[in-house]
Design a protein. Structure first.
Length: 229
């Protein structure tokens, strides 16, 4: 948890942090510390598994709840660590995309590891925070997908839950979606404002999910007096 001069830049009040309403894990994303911080906590990149784009409870929610509860029960993360070629490409290009965004928009993008909102028991891993009221989501898609995003000119539907969820978790006002491809002469930047109606529905579903996660942990986690079979 960060409590230092950077709180002013991050837009987080020290008193708020000390009350543990917000926790910011300052680590490298993808590191062991990052994976440990996320264990058992619904994260914005997977909010689509809890809430649909129309604000309904997702059919994938139970499976995601089981994964997160099992992480706490076993102490092991559910992900097998597999990284596809497309995923690795995105990881490799992200620093270049971030620098490009900073240059074009004349701003400083600050990186953190994991942002936890303890009021809702959920978190997000922003690709960047800007000033005190904005965040950044970077995608480095393959050429045909980048072109589709450019032609659409709006936030792609499949990222609605992630972006609105990041706004919910961080309590910021706007989130910039940035699609970057180094071989294109044009990149896509869409500024997304808070959709309070959708955020309210998402928040309700997250609270329902975290309740189920807590119930599973309480019921099935082995206690000190349990005998190993």
């Amino acid at each position: 948890m960060i409590i230092d001069g950077r709180n002013k830049f991050l837009g987080v009040n020290v008193d708020t942090l000390s009350d543990k309403i917000m926790d910011i894990v300052d680590c490298e994303q993808g590191s062991d510390e990052w994976f440990k911080a996320r264990m058992g906590i619904p994260s914005a990149s997977n909010f689509s598994r809890i809430c649909t784009t129309t604000g309904k409870w997702s059919a994938q929610a139970d499976a995601y709840i089981n994964e997160l509860a099992a992480e706490v029960i076993t102490g092991q993360r559910s992900s097998n660590g597999f990284t596809s070629d497309a995923m690795q490409r995105g990881i490799d290009l992200e620093p270049q995309a971030r620098s490009n965004f900073e240059f074009i928009h004349d701003c400083e993008v600050y990186q953190i590891g994991f942002y936890i909102n303890n009021n809702i028991g959920a978190g997000c891993s922003p690709d960047g925070l800007i000033g005190t009221d904005a965040g950044l989501e970077i995608k480095c898609p393959l050429g045909h997908n980048h072109l589709a995003y450019l032609r659409g000119g709006v936030l792609p539907t499949k990222y609605i839950q992630q972006v609105q969820g990041s706004l919910l978790v961080t309590e910021r006002d706007v989130w910039h979606f940035y699609s970057y491809h180094p071989d294109f002469g044009e990149q896509l930047m869409v500024t997304v404002e808070r959709d309070e109606k959708f955020i309210g529905l998402l928040k309700d579903h997250l609270e329902r999910a975290t309740d189920h996660i807590s119930e599973c942990i309480a019921k099935f986690k082995k206690g000190e007096k349990d005998v190993t079979q």
